[in-house]
Design a protein around this ligand. Structure first.
Ligand code: ASP
Length: 329
């Protein structure tokens, strides 16, 4: 029987319905698992590990590093890892770990739920059972298991607040569809050697959302000495205002002069940024910006955080950002 380490980090799945809201309830969590889902032990030999209990909105790179360290310390003793995690920032954590856990040979599957395990219509049980089963299979990467699908972690994004079908992977088909059978896709692997834990992340990335009437004067106060990369969430294929007082081009110039990487992703979830298509994109290229192509914001942000922590040269960072490191592009 496969051995799975089930790591608890918090989120709704670990919460208890109380009045109008939900509260974290670490004590209840481990009891619930075995009292309410004893048959989990028929799928795998499960060891539970309460790493931390947080709403996922409170997580940051230090938590990603704790997670990566926990996986590294237990790597040899388990066949797969399941991480119970809040849905709000699950795609950020999954993306971050996909870059930090290099040359993975075992499945690392994130899951969570929209309703606490303790509520009668909860999706927790199904997601957890599916995730454990997937963690016994032959995936060699970080995934998100939610509502009968397994998504590549660095391709997934939270799409719905209220539906059980909370996640999607807009530009990449699921790694597995879970029905009566589990249908998996055969995929290329990214390994180029032994597994290593390289999870460190810089916090010198700033995300800027373009919107109509954005006043560039508000950006004048941004201290570019403290920022090494800006992600511009542009419209459509990579557009933003380039005319008159609202033009963002002077800001892009400032970034260029300060040696700040500017990466452009789209506010549209599906398809890819193409900076050659419209004049704004072409101007961005001239001002030194690079394309995030079809990366999610979560993947682009955590990839830059990872690259900035590992490389000093702007050219290296820009080059690597535009390459697919672990299937994120
Ligand atoms: N706020 C919760 C969290 O992300 C939401 C959830 O788990 O669904 O931790």
């Amino acid at each position: 029987m496969k051995k799975i380490l089930l790591i608890q980090t918090g989120g709704t799945i670990a919460m208890n319905a109380k009045g109008a809201g939900v509260e974290l309830d670490p004590d209840r969590w481990s009891k619930v698992l075995y009292e309410e889902i004893p048959e989990l032990n028929e799928i795998a030999a499960i060891t539970t590990f309460p790493l931390f209990f947080e709403d996922s909105s409170d997580l940051n790179a230090s938590h990603w590093i704790k997670l990566a360290n926990c996986i590294e310390e237990n790597y040899k003793n388990y066949d797969g890892f399941v991480i119970l995690h809040g849905t709000d920032t699950m795609a950020y954590s999954a993306s971050a770990l996909s870059f930090g856990l290099k040359n993975l040979e075992k499945p690392v599957i994130f899951t969570g739920s929209q309703l606490p395990m303790s509520t009668i219509r909860s999706d927790a049980r199904r997601n957890l059972v599916n995730a454990i089963e997937l963690a016994t299979m032959d995936f060699k990467e970080v995934g998100i298991c939610f509502n009968d699908a397994l998504y590549r972690g660095n391709r997934a994004t939270k799409m719905s607040i209220g539906d059980f079908d909370a996640f999607n992977s807009p530009n990449f088909s699921p790694l597995a569809d879970i029905g009566i059978q589990i249908q998996t896709r055969v995929l290329e692997h990214f390994r180029q050697g032994e597994f290593t834990n390289e999870a460190t992340y810089s916090d010198e990335v700033f995300v800027l959302t373009a919107h109509p009437n954005l006043n560039p004067a508000l950006l004048e106060g941004l201290n570019l000495d403290r920022i090494r990369a800006v992600i511009l969430r542009a419209f459509g294929s990579g557009n933003f205002c380039v005319k008159g007082k609202s033009s963002l081009l002077p800001f892009l110039n400032r970034c260029k002069d300060a040696g700040v990487v500017v990466a452009i992703v789209s506010q549209a979830d599906f398809d890819s940024v193409d900076l050659t298509q419209y004049s704004a994109g072409r101007a961005a290229l001239k001002h030194g910006a690079i394309s995030g192509n079809d990366m999610t914001l979560e993947a682009a942000l955590t990839k830059l955080m990872f690259l900035l922590a590992h490389y000093d040269s702007k050219t290296d960072i820009e080059e690597l950002f535009q390459q697919s490191l672990v299937g994120e592009l």
